[in-house]
Design a protein around this ligand. Structure first.
Ligand code: ATP
Length: 288
């Protein structure tokens, strides 16, 4: 399988933050979720990939082409959803579309109209009067209307209500069906990942923590629950995010066979993406 996007040794330094040698690759045919806490470096990575932030080191290849040398060709072949701040507020969506469409060699007015209808957007409405969710929907319509082979999106579902979010996820599934495509999107909404991601990349403090198939990741981890009296200094090391209370302990393990051997009397349950993410970035899941 070919890689549709390859990031190698990416460094971007800000005064108080750096992307530290970020490397990952996106195989064709996969929806990849890019996850991490606030300030972890997701937007900076996406902006560097798109040449919107000037990188200090590293190489980025999209469709096998160097992202700086072939910027024009690449931008013609990708759909981008960032915050809609590049729209002209005084224009209607129809007029904004007329400016954007000629920039793409494969623009389809039929696709544009069909997505506008699906998302219930009125082309005559002025951009300054759109709610943040409507702006996001409009950005999605534009990204999907020029036969893009790769969609790169920064938190595309964050401002969407549950109905539109579910429509969006269906549209992404539909988009992937045509083959030869890829989707890379950052999100905080782990239920979106449950529904559509094939691969997950976790970033923390500007470093990539893992890139892994979602199914493999969910297979690897289990929540462990049991009586606190079962724990000792050795078997404690098998458990991440360990929390002990007077009722017992709970934690997460990726050493399931060892836990079964060393702690035969504990309960093992399926973990969620959120559990796994929190175990890696040291957060606390109070809902559990
Ligand atoms: P969130 O989930 O909150 O959107 P993020 O993972 O997208 O976070 P980034 O927006 O990439 O995080 O920010 C990473 C760090 O880089 C933050 O500490 C931020 O303050 C810093 N940063 C981002 N842009 C700039 C800039 N233009 N100048 C200086 N620092 C910046």
């Amino acid at each position: 399988m070919d890689n549709i996007l390859e990031v190698n040794g990416l460094v971007k330094r800000y005064p108080a933050f750096s992307l530290d040698n970020v490397s990952f690759s996106l195989p064709e045919g996969c929806v990849t979720g890019f996850i991490g806490a606030n300030g972890a470096g997701k937007t900076t990575t996406i902006r560097s990939i798109l040449n919107l932030a000037h990188k200090d080191a590293g190489t980025i290849k999209i469709f096998g082409l160097d992202a700086e040398e072939h910027e024009q060709e690449i931008k013609d072949r990708i759909g981008i959803v960032m915050d809609g701040s590049y729209f002209y507020n005084d224009l209607s969506m129809r007029d904004m579309k007329s400016i954007i469409a000629p920039a793409y060699s494969k623009w389809s007015d039929a696709d544009y109209r069909s997505y506008m209808e699906k998302f219930e957007l009125d082309p005559k409405q002025k951009i300054s009067t759109l709610s943040s969710g409507m702006r996001m929907k409009y950005a999605l319509v534009l990204a999907l209307s020029h036969q893009a082979e790769l969609l790169i999106m920064d938190e595309p579902t964050s401002g969407l209500d549950p109905l539109v979010r579910s429509q969006f996820l269906e549209i992404i599934k539909e988009y992937m069906k045509n083959g030869g495509k890829g989707v890379f999107f950052s999100t905080h909404i782990t239920s979106d990942l449950d529904k559509i991601a094939d691969v997950l990349i976790l970033i923390d403090g500007g470093k990539i923590i893992f890139q892994q198939s979602k199914d493999e990741l969910l297979d690897m981890f289990r929540i462990v629950k049991g009586s606190a009296a079962l724990l000792n200094d050795q078997n404690k090391n098998l458990i991440k995010s360990l929390k002990v209370s007077s009722y017992g302990f709970t934690g997460l393990t990726n050493q399931v066979a060892e836990v079964k051997k060393e702690l035969p009397d504990v309960l093992l349950e399926k973990a969620t993406i959120e559990d796994i993410m929190l175990a890696y970035i040291g957060g606390d899941n109070n809902d559990r």
